[in-house]
Design a protein around this ligand. Structure first.
Ligand SMILES: Nc1ncnc2c1ncn2[C@@H]1O[C@H](COP(=O)(O)OP(=O)(O)O)[C@@H](O)[C@H]1O
Ligand SMILES: O=C(O)C1=C[C@@H](OP(=O)(O)O)[C@@H](O)[C@H](O)C1
Ligand SMILES: [Mg+2]
Length: 172
């Protein structure tokens, strides 16, 4: 199905969307995009700056616009930001224009993989990362499941192996 020749990765912070997405794109010779990187490219500011200047609300408007544009492309792998599925418009466009894969990983792994990286503003708070990630998961987990064509765990194998598992499940 020509209109489905895109792979969209959803899931929480630290699931490995950006890392695994790049491996999939390299292996399949597809273009790789990351919605956060695209926001940074368009604004010339890093994600933390966008949150500081425009708040999460402003960031979500930009994220929705970027994903709307990127999902118009063909033959891409897109790593979305963990909160992008909060938008119904984003969920609709992901579902309509590609195969959506939910990268599932336990909270402890999300914490471990994100703790040294200061580039995620939602985790730079007084509240412990574990609590933030649990709270976000309560709201988002059903949305990841709703939008996904299939689910892959990312806590048991290396990023490269998970990328290959995903490729095997795709019929292109
Ligand atoms: N099996 C794995 N799959 C994906 N990422 C992993 C894995 N093991 C460790 N990581 C690391 O987890 C960190 C977070 O990955 P990232 O791709 O930025 O996640 P996301 O984009 O979902 O927030 C990276 O440093 C990555 O190398
Ligand atoms: O979960 C979220 O709301 C966010 C996830 C981040 O992307 P990753 O999921 O790639 O870490 C980034 O979009 C921003 O910091 C907000
Ligand atoms: Mg990412």
């Amino acid at each position: 199905m020509a209109e489905k020749r895109n792979i969209f990765l959803v899931g929480p912070m630290g699931a490995g969307k950006s890392t695994i997405g790049r491996h999939i794109a390299d292996t399949l010779h597809l273009e790789f995009y990351d919605s956060d990187q695209e926001i940074e490219r368009r604004t010339g500011a890093d994600i933390s700056w966008v949150f500081d200047l425009e708040g999460e609300e402003g960031f979500r408007v930009r994220e929705e616009a970027v994903i709307s544009d990127l999902t118009e492309l063909q033959g891409i792998v897109l790593a979305t930001g963990g909160g992008s599925v909060l938008s119904k418009d984003v969920r609709n466009k992901l579902s309509a224009r590609g195969i959506v894969v939910y990268l599932e990983t336990p909270i402890e792994k999300q914490v471990a993989r994100t703790q040294r990286d200061k580039r995620r503003p939602l985790l730079q708070t007084e509240e412990p990362a574990r609590e933030v990630l649990e709270r976000l998961a309560d709201e988002r987990e059903p949305l990841y499941r709703e939008v996904a064509d299939f689910v892959v765990r990312t806590d048991e194998q290396s990023a490269k192996v998970v990328a290959n598992q995903i490729i095997e499940k795709l019929d292109f």
